[in-house]
Design a protein around this ligand. Structure first.
Ligand code: PLP
Length: 405
């Protein structure tokens, strides 16, 4: 019998949940005393590991001083100002500004609205088309649902937003043709730097630069959805820097606080801000909890901790360890292939990955099944020993999977 909690992205009839009661570093414990290695950073977000006193204390201290207060004009607060500066300065849009919200989905919908608003303000009201890529994941609000390229997630909700056009994942010619077919009507292209939840697909060589070029040629904005790639996952602060592309708008969430508080946001380039900063215009979108002091304090403490522990510099080491492990599984014929970059990978099994994921859970390893692949996205503090235990367990489990035969 299911409990009162209707779980997200879960079968509503499911009633066999694992109750996680404690977490420290990369280790989780359930209420039965079982321990697990968190090889997915919870849900692609926990960069600094669990139970970090630096962040917990910063949030508690902030809440004792100012628990919460709204940030609609004329109000602001110090941690929101500080986090906005820290985020902008670490991004390729350092002279831009940061709009805060509470999740990646809110960030995506806000970015889509801001992109459209820019064109409206530039007297190009017909620019409403948004180009999305197959396998893209952009959250579950109506904008993000319309923008995502995972067909199953778009179905079953009735009509979504108009003006979204899909292009095959790495086909830059298709983008060019679509731009030409909708000349003067394309508001934006939205893409993750590396597609995450759709299967961990790095972009084809030169693809993102091609998008930038086409957006410039056709007057469209480039939105990079950095919800997974942002904050060190690729080894740079943002995927934009890793792949050498400068967007007009960047969405973020997850890693900005390592999940200690729910925070998302949109970084707007200076040229976008120049359009918005008109004395006669008002940004009529935003959320009650935007710039929430507790979330902002978590973000400030998390980024400070990432710097103090030089976690970005650790990523090449993690990349080497993770790809060594994946290559060994492949050499032993236990996986077909693998893909990813930095500290985010998918092991392609070539058959339904859900049963293997359950066996791995029984072996104390948390990874995520995506179709025929298993996603790995550990905290950036994961040790070599922990990585070793993950691959030992994968080798053991995958060797016994009947579908592997
Ligand atoms: N965009 C991307 C690229 C994501 O990976 C996600 C979540 O995984 C989202 C948006 C949605 O974020 P949230 O679940 O915080 O709403």
């Amino acid at each position: 019998m299911p409990t009162k909690f209707l779980h997200p992205f879960s079968p509503p009839a499911a009633d066999n949940f694992i109750t996680i009661v404690r977490a420290e570093g990369c280790t989780l414990w359930d209420d039965q005393g079982n321990r697990y290695l968190d090889a997915l950073g919870s849900l692609w977000y926990c960069q600094v590991g669990h139970g970090r006193a630096e962040i917990i204390d910063a949030v508690a201290d902030q809440m004792r001083l100012l628990d919460a207060y709204q940030t609609f004009a004329p109000f602001t607060n110090e941690p929101a100002e500080e986090l906005a500066s820290m985020v902008a300065e670490r991004s390729p849009l350092s002279d831009g500004r940061v709009f805060f919200c509470g999740s990646g989905s809110e960030a995506v919908d806000s970015a889509l609205k801001i992109a459209r608003a820019v064109h409206q303000l530039r007297d190009e009201p017909d620019r409403q088309v948004v180009i999305r890529r197959t396998d893209a994941y952009h959250g579950t609000n109506f904008g993000g649902t319309s923008a995502q390229g995972i067909a199953g997630n778009r179905q079953g909700w009735g009509d979504l937003l108009p003006h979204f056009v899909e292009v095959p994942r790495d086909d830059i010619e298709a983008v060019s043709t679509t731009m030409a077919a909708h000349e003067g009507r394309v508001a934006a292209v939205i893409t993750e730097p590396l597609q995450g939840a759709g299967g961990v697909f790095p972009p084809a060589d030169g693809y993102l630069a091609g998008l930038r070029r086409l957006c410039d040629q056709h007057g469209a904005l480039l939105i990079l959805d950095e919800v997974i790639c942002g904050f060190g996952r690729t080894g740079r602060w943002f995927g934009a820097q890793h792949y050498g592309v400068t967007p007009d708008l960047m969405t973020f969430a997850k890693g900005v606080t390592s999940g200690y508080q729910p925070v998302g946001g949109v970084i707007c380039s200076r040229s976008v801000c120049d359009v918005l900063e008109r004395p006669d215009w008002m940004l009529r979108t935003g959320y009650t909890y935007a710039g929430h002091p507790a979330g902002m304090a978590a973000g400030v403490a998390n980024l400070a901790l990432m710097e103090a522990e030089e976690l970005l510099d650790r990523v090449p080491h993690l990349a080497a360890k993770l790809t060594d492990g994946l290559a060994a599984l492949q050499a032993d014929g236990l996986i077909q292939s693998y893909r990813g970059t930095g500290a985010v990978y998918a092991a392609e099994l070539g058959y339904d990955a859900a049963p293997a994921r359950m066996r791995l859970l029984e072996a104390g390893m948390v990874v995520r099944p995506i179709g025929t692949a298993l996603a790995i996205c550990p905290p950036l503090v994961i040790s070599d020993h922990e990585i070793g235990t993950l691959f030992d367990a994968m080798a053991d489990v995958l060797a016994k999977e009947p579908a592997a035969a």
